[in-house]
Design a protein around this ligand. Structure first.
Ligand code: SF4
Length: 365
């Protein structure tokens, strides 16, 4: 796999770009304790701060009204609270809402709030742009701009929670970016999400999605938490995958499936195969039968996603073809859900909102 290494990051994300102050979200516990001690504050003040951050989902120091003014000022001088801002919202008639967030360096990312009966799911981004460059996806069109830092990944949660007044029931890391190429920042974010003294979410409520980045799947298995794994197969053979995904970061199907088996063995969670259904590329009856066989053999569920066109290169199949493909999967004994893409009517495919709202970087403003 020479030449297929993932972009790395030095972990300097503890500093927010706007202020060069460390983010309050990622400051080490010992440093936080020292801050309260040095400021002559009792330990219950630290608990109050954590209550705001992790139970009341409030990140702005100014809004933490039961902290004394002097303490809020000291916090502001030493730490950064929220480095990103909500720049636009795009609601869809089906209740889905896309948020465009501006980052401190002028870049932009998207997240999506996806309601369904009895639950709310947030779809979060992990990178600005994406190095994988799937040919059907708007997010990868300009390549990778940079990795998101841990605090930027988590700040999406605050922006979303502010819209609904609570934490989501589920989180899927399926927005902009290939999350497994940014595990250095994503894993600390996940660790905080599942830590009982922080956000306290059950690991099985979190799903990490990948385009099939094999080293990342093994690394996620070694992380050892009961996270859901979603793998974007999009095709049942390497030749068809090559039509959709450039070869730089595309791994052979056999290697991907071996990594999925390893993940399931170690973690004990059923994987999901994401399959974007595209006209005359991967929507044949033979593909449906082969996909069902793969899913059965690898104990995976299939999430069928009819393509939501972001380019003229590819088209969505007709409803009749979509229905037939889904029926064939079921007839072949595969566990399957058909995701009639929420938000499609408002151009909600990942990366489209960001592509139309790119901002001048803050440094040049
Ligand atoms: S589909 Fe996912 S992995 Fe592929 S380019 Fe888009 S964001 Fe990246």
């Amino acid at each position: 796999m020479a030449g297929r290494t993932g972009p790395d990051d030095d972990g300097a994300g503890a500093l927010t770009m706007s202020s060069c102050l460390p983010s309050i979200l990622t400051v080490p516990e010992a440093e936080l304790q020292a801050f309260f001690r040095d400021n002559g504050e009792k330990s219950f003040r630290r608990k109050q701060l954590q209550e705001w951050l992790y139970r009341r989902h409030t990140l702005q120091f100014a809004a933490m009204t039961d902290l004394p003014g002097a303490l809020r000022l000291a916090l502001t001088e030493r730490f950064a609270d929220c480095s990103s801002t909500l720049a636009a919202t795009l609601p869809a008639p089906d209740g889905t809402e896309k948020l465009l967030l501006h980052l401190a360096d002028g870049e932009a990312i998207e997240m999506v709030l996806i309601p369904s009966p009895g639950r709310m799911t947030f779809c979060l981004s992990t990178q600005v742009g994406c190095p994988v460059g799937c040919r059907f996806c708007a997010s990868g069109r300009d390549g990778l701009i940079r990795n998101l830092h841990t605090h930027e990944i988590l700040e999406q949660l605050y922006h979303g929670s502010a819209r609904i007044g609570r934490l989501p029931d589920n989180i899927v890391f399926m927005g902009i970016g290939e999350g497994l190429l940014n595990l250095k920042q994503l894993l600390p974010a996940i660790t905080m999400l599942i830590a009982p003294e922080r956000f306290g979410m059950a690991p099985r409520r979190l799903t990490v999605s990948t385009s099939g980045y094999v080293p990342g799947i093994y690394e996620l298995a070694a992380f050892g938490r009961e996270l859901n794994l979603a793998v974007s197969l999009h095709a049942v053979d390497d030749a068809t995958r090559a039509v959709l995904i450039p070869d730089t970061l595309r791994y052979p199907l056999a290697e991907i499936l071996a990594a999925v088996d390893d993940y399931q063995q170690k973690i004990g969670r059923m994987a999901t195969f994401e399959y974007t259904l595209i006209e005359a590329v991967n929507d044949q009856d033979s593909a449906a039968r082969a996909l069902a066989r793969l899913a059965r053999r690898h104990h995976a569920k299939i999430n069928l996603i009819p393509y939501n066109a972001t380019t003229e290169l590819f088209r969505r199949p007709s409803n009749a073809v979509i229905r037939r493909f889904a029926e064939l999967l079921e007839a072949e004994g595969a566990k399957m859900t058909l995701r009639l893409e929420k938000g499609a009517k408002v151009a909600a495919a990942c990366g489209q909102l960001r592509a139309t709202h790119r901002r001048t970087p803050a440094a040049t403003e």
